[in-house]
Design a protein around this ligand. Structure first.
Ligand SMILES: Nc1ncnc2c1ncn2[C@@H]1O[C@H](COP(=O)(O)OP(=O)(O)OP(=O)(O)O)[C@@H](O)[C@H]1O
Length: 674
């Protein structure tokens, strides 16, 4: 895919996107999280890029939301959906859904939505989803117990690039290798020439090591799982609770994850634990062993009567020998016993194996002395041996684990992606359930719908509880005026029509019992202005309507939904408020005349319906939201507009009520004026 062909993507953004592992997949699937991980791309921008890619794929000219109010209602609809996501990924992903006039795009989302509404957003699934998030890139790994060694400068550079996690050392000969082996638990020599050399320590000659980085640095593989452990577990749980077929064996994944902790260390290995404990406890264990030996020796000395013959004593003194010699001569058995106890104590308390034990035993010298003292050099040697054994063991275990996990990464990524997508599906499912939605039709029996037809529509955006929203039936084909009492629900009806139209063109279910909508290319919703407009604003409003009136004549080719014709839905709320009442009626009548016969479906809410009809040169259809009457001073309204019916206005209703209540002639005469 040519990245710069996407609307809104310039060379800089294209360069940032091409740094992603698979920008095409991210764009194709609308993976906003992945797109936002490109350098310098914010989440909002990522959503816009994803929308651009979709438009490009469907040859969608965009521009469906043609006015601010239309855009506002789209945002409101999106918010209702976003409120029903669990993950922040889901929220962002929803931004890729937008209303479109192109059938293929709408169809694509409809398939998704139909799958979504079959889902059961169970409590357990939602709970598991809470811990799913887009996979994190593991932090840079640096491994200090291993190094690479080579005699060759070119190999050196190659090694640094292939395995940046390890330090690479230049060596000249076997002696250099031996030096390195003292500083590292494992040295991997890259040159064939070292094959067969005998060096102390763990030195491996592996000329092909650079081709097997995951074996040399299993940490690289493990870092991904370590960084994403909780998320992978949660994604596994999502699959289980939602009953989705996982791309890999969940039990096996989970038991492998049990064996790495969050910083990539292997856990749950007894031998490793033993070695780690021995290293930690070494100093304390040596001190205890010393004390054991000295206590033993002290009490042995205290209990012994040492008889030294005069000549022996003399000889000892002449030799300048100290008490140690006396000890050696007289108490060697006791010393041997005490030292043996110390050695046993050390070996037992650290749970050393036989090789380690033979080093440990040398920590207490054969030569009798009091007090018994450790040989610090031997203790250090033991410490190094234990550390090296631990490092080697850890690396081996990591290598085994990494081998297990290496080829599961793609599946693990899929596991998380499916879980995140499920969040989006469940948000749609919950939206549909919460607002009793239905999938709208764009026509029936092969014929495209003309205008809109809504049955039992209930707007979730009203300022009353959804349970108290009264269902509205309304259909318009062509352009109609909508009359009605104050607060009868005219604006709310326009909002409902706009919302249903937007959701339908997003490919989503709509809050109605039944709905059929023409495939529109643009939605123009003009909200009621607050007060009369000044000359400039009035002029620009007129210009907007002039633009609407220049659309093509209604033709068969424009109703095929191919995107060739921008059929428009025009919703206008009390346009009369832009100027004086007399002029308003003339202007609205003129606009209606212009729109007639073009690719426009329209609803013009107005209190001047009668006057407009009088001014217009054709019989403008008028629908009405009718008050059934006044009850306790409150209007009782039938919220569904009555077709071809000019609703009585609120003043008329009040005069009628007064005329009925009083005997005077005034109200009757007033009523006759209506
Ligand atoms: N379908 C409905 N179900 C329940 N309440 C509704 C419904 N439609 C409207 N209402 C209530 O009536 C109020 C007034 O509705 P709305 O503003 O749409 O009336 P209007 O006819 O446009 O009024 P005006 O002529 O004063 O502009 C809403 O705020 C809402 O509380």
């Amino acid at each position: 895919m040519e990245l710069e062909a996407i609307p809104g993507v310039g060379s800089k953004t294209a360069a940032a996107l091409s740094e992603l592992d698979d920008p095409e997949r991210a764009l194709r699937t609308g993976d906003v999280a992945e797109l936002a991980s490109a350098p310098g791309i914010t989440e909002g921008r990522a959503a816009a890029i994803a929308r651009g890619a979709i438009r490009e794929r469907h040859d969608d000219p965009g521009g469906f939301l043609a006015t601010d109010r239309a855009e506002e209602l789209y945002r409101d609809a999106l918010d209702l959906l976003k409120d029903r996501t669990v993950t922040s990924y889901g929220e962002k992903r929803l931004e890729t859904l937008y209303p479109s006039g192109v059938a293929s795009r709408v169809e694509e989302v409809r398939e998704f939505a139909e799958r979504a509404t079959d889902r059961d957003p169970g409590h357990e699934v939602l709970e598991a989803l809470a811990d799913v998030e887009p996979l994190a890139d593991p932090r840079d790994v640096s491994v200090r117990d291993r190094c690479l060694a080579t005699t060759d400068a070119e190999r050196y550079t190659e090694a640094q690039q292939a395995i940046p996690e390890l330090s690479v050392e230049v060596v000249e000969d076997t002696r250099d290798l031996a030096d390195l082996a003292r500083g590292y638990s494992t040295v991997v020599a890259l040159d064939e020439e070292f094959a067969g050399v005998a060096v102390d320590g763990d030195v491996r000659v592996e000329p092909d090591a650079l081709e097997r980085p995951a074996e040399i640095v299993p940490e690289r593989v493990l870092a991904f799982y370590a960084a994403n452990r909780d998320c992978l577990r949660a994604a596994a749980e999502v699959h289980r609770t939602a009953g989705i077929d996982p791309p890999l064996d969940l039990d096996a994944l989970e038991s492998t994850l049990e064996r790495v902790d969050s910083d990539g260390t292997v856990v749950g290995d007894d031998e490793l634990d033993r070695l780690a404990r021995a290293i930690d406890d070494l100093d304390a264990a040596v001190s205890t062993a010393e004390s054991v030996a000295n206590d033993e020796l002290r009490s042995a000395i205290e209990e012994r009567d040492v008889t030294v013959e005069g000549s022996d004593l003399l000889s000892l003194v002449e030799q300048g020998a100290g008490v140690d010699s006396l000890l050696s001569r007289e108490l060697s058995d006791e010393y041997a016993t005490a030292v043996e106890q110390a050695r046993e104590e050390l070996v037992d308390s650290l749970d050393l194996d036989s090789g380690e034990a033979s080093v440990a035993r040398r920590a207490f010298p054969e030569e009798p002395a009091f007090p018994v003292e450790r040989d610090e050099e031997v203790v250090n040697r033991l410490r190094e041996d234990l550390q090296a054994a631990k490092d080697r063991r850890a690396t081996r275990r990591k290598r085994e684990l990494a081998a297990d996990l290496a080829d599961r990464r793609a599946d693990a990524e899929q596991l998380v992606r499916t879980a995140l997508e499920l969040d989006v599906e469940l948000a749609v499912a919950r939206f549909a359930e919460d607002f009793d939605c239905v999938m709208p039709e764009f026509g029936s029996d092969g014929a495209e719908a003309s205008g809109f037809e809504i049955e039992g529509g209930r707007s979730p955006l009203l300022d009353v509880d959804f349970a108290d929203v009264e269902p509205v039936d309304y259909d318009v084909s062509g352009v109609a005026l909508l009359s009605g009492v104050n607060s009868g629900g005219k604006t709310s009806t326009l909002d409902l029509v706009a919302l249903v139209t937007i959701l339908a063109h997003m490919g989503l279910p709509v809050p109605a019992e039944d709905a059929s909508v023409e495939r529109f290319g643009e939605l123009h919703y003009h909200a009621k202005t607050q007060g009369t407009l000044d000359a400039g604003a009035f002029e620009s409003t007129l210009r907007e309507f002039a633009g609407l009136a220049t659309g093509g004549e209604r033709t068969a080719s424009h109703t095929d939904g191919s995107g060739g014709g921008a059929d428009r839905l025009v919703l206008v709320d009390e346009l009369e408020s832009i100027t004086e009442p007399g002029a308003s009626a003339k202007i609205i009548a003129g606009i209606l005349e212009e729109l007639r016969g073009r690719d426009v479906t329209g609803v013009f809410v107005s209190h001047l319906a009668a006057e407009i009809r009088e001014m217009a040169d054709y019989d403008v259809p008028v629908d009405g939201i009718e008050a059934k009457g006044l009850e306790d001073g409150e209007l009782v309204v039938n919220r569904s507009p009555v077709k071809n019916h000019l609703a009585r206005s609120t003043p008329e209703l009040i005069v009628e009520k007064l005329a009925g209540d009083s005997d005077g002639q005034f109200y009757d005469r007033l009523l006759e004026k209506f």
